[in-house]
Design a protein around this ligand. Structure first.
Ligand SMILES: [Zn+2]
Length: 455
């Protein structure tokens, strides 16, 4: 209507003062009435809370028996439902997978947008694409911040830095990763990424069980030093305890996978606490190598199938895939790595190390954006965290990790990024699957899949 008015105004040559563009969709007032509120800080839930959302922010939280509802608000009666913050994935990847394959040509506008929408449709409102990005990611981030893209909010490490001939073992174009051969080249790579305003620097420090060259300590020391000079932090792909110790004592800011070759020890724990190093378990990495071959019941649910898509779902259920996994000598290694990782999360969490949340979703076809984050919550609980602790890692703590402190918790003034759930996730973490509605940046988003009872 306003567009028509503007056209008419131009045609007759008059000036009108009324705005010609539509109001942004998130400028309305939304009220969520009578919910159980898990706010992402770790505080016990508020019961019978009414949340007022205005201009994309939490404007008020009222736990009185007669909450005030602003005029013209869109009111949702949500008695008995639970609200948690939107999930934040601090280790994912965009544009590396096409269908059932990894591909160096998958980093396209359409494919990345599709992944961002899938994350969002499963309740993941923010994701950090931790390396392997083409420079297109910066255009997409700009478009998204201008409100033209939608989907999960992009945080990015840009290309990331690996050793020549080394990890990650993925088909990546030369414009998707830097592989410096000298300390000076490594520093130049960091400065180039700083100029692109990456959110963090990503490095890979892993020889993949002796199969490929590993980044040399003098190279990652230079990267960490240069990054800190540029006011950037460094997240490291890591596998082995010895590398984790070396990286942590050299000042790395985030270990972006579990330590899996052995159990963590007092020395690593003390050093991580001293340096305030973050730890992101990413159980999905190991789980995704073997879990589908066991055909758990959830593989036949729409909640899984909608994320996987028909092609990938059929592939992961096929007899040939099962035979391949069962015949692969590395499967037993992945199972052992997974269990070591589970043990290590509990040790580090109990010791008070800062624990984030990530999945490595999008790095390979079997690490499925959106679904993986729900699976990861389940696996953190399996490791011994309570549902509340796992939710806090994936929300409030992860916002701290990303230094995005305008989000992650549902308190007055923060962004209205939240999930409305039918069930109470404190009674069972898979109740997070019961998505009734998603609010992202104040806009109501329809879940892509849900186990909630249809209303
Ligand atoms: Zn990764």
């Amino acid at each position: 209507m306003s567009l028509v008015r503007a056209v008419v105004a131009v045609a007759v040559g008059v000036v009108i003062s009324a705005p010609v563009s539509a109001q942004p969709a998130n400028s309305g007032v939304i009220v969520l009435k009578d919910v159980r509120l898990i706010d992402g800080t770790g505080m016990p839930p508020l019961v019978h809370a009414t949340i007022v959302i205005q201009d994309g922010r939490i404007a008020a939280i009222d736990t009185g028996s007669n909450p005030k509802t602003p005029l013209h608000a869109q009111v949702y009666e949500y008695s008995g439902k639970t609200v948690i913050p939107g999930l934040i994935n601090a280790h994912g990847h965009l544009g590396l997978v096409s269908g059932t394959e990894n591909s160096a040509t998958a980093f396209t506008h359409d494919n990345v947008v599709r992944e961002l929408k899938q994350y969002e449709g499963y309740g993941v409102t923010d994701m950090l694409s931790l390396g392997g990005n083409r420079d297109l990611v910066f255009d997409l981030r700009r478009e998204q911040q201008a409100g033209m893209l939608g989907g999960a909010d992009i945080f990015t490490a840009g290309r990331g830095i690996g050793a020549p001939g080394g990890a990650p073992p993925l088909p990546l174009g030369p414009d998707q990763i830097d592989r410096p051969t000298t300390v000076d080249e490594a520093r130049a790579d960091v400065r180039s990424m700083a100029a692109q305003k990456v959110d963090i620097i990503k490095i890979w420090v892993d020889d993949l069980h002796g199969k490929v060259p590993k980044m040399k300590p003098e190279v990652y020391r230079a990267i960490i030093d240069e990054a800190h000079k540029q006011h950037l932090r460094v997240a490291a792909h890591v596998y082995a305890l010895a590398d984790a110790k070396s990286l942590v004592s050299d000042g790395v800011d985030v270990l972006a996978h579990s330590v899996r070759d052995q159990f963590v020890d007092e020395e690593l724990i003390a050093e991580m606490k001293r340096n305030r190093t973050w730890y992101i378990p990413t159980f999905t990495v190991d789980d995704s190598f073997f879990i589908y071959a066991r055909h758990p019941e959830w593989m036949d649910t729409p909640f899984f199938e909608a994320a996987a898509g028909p092609q990938l779902a059929a592939m992961l259920k096929s007899a040939s895939y099962v035979a391949k996994v069962n015949g692969d000598p590395s499967t037993a290694q992945h199972e052992k790595d997974f269990e070591n990782g589970q043990e290590n999360l509990k040790l580090l969490f109990d010791a008070g190390v800062h624990i984030g949340f990530g999945t490595d979703s999008g790095a390979m076809p079997s690490r499925i954006p959106g679904f993986a984050e729900h699976r990861e919550l389940e696996l953190m609980v399996r490791a011994g965290l309570t549902p509340m602790q796992a939710i806090v890692c994936a929300t409030g703590k992860n916002a701290e990790l990303l230094q995005a402190e305008d989000r992650g918790t549902l308190v007055v003034g923060k962004r209205a990024d939240l999930l409305v759930l039918d069930g109470n996730p404190l009674d069972g973490i898979t109740n997070v699957h019961e998505l009734v509605s998603i609010v992202h940046d104040g806009q109501v988003i329809r879940p892509m899949a849900s186990t909630a009872t249809p209303r």
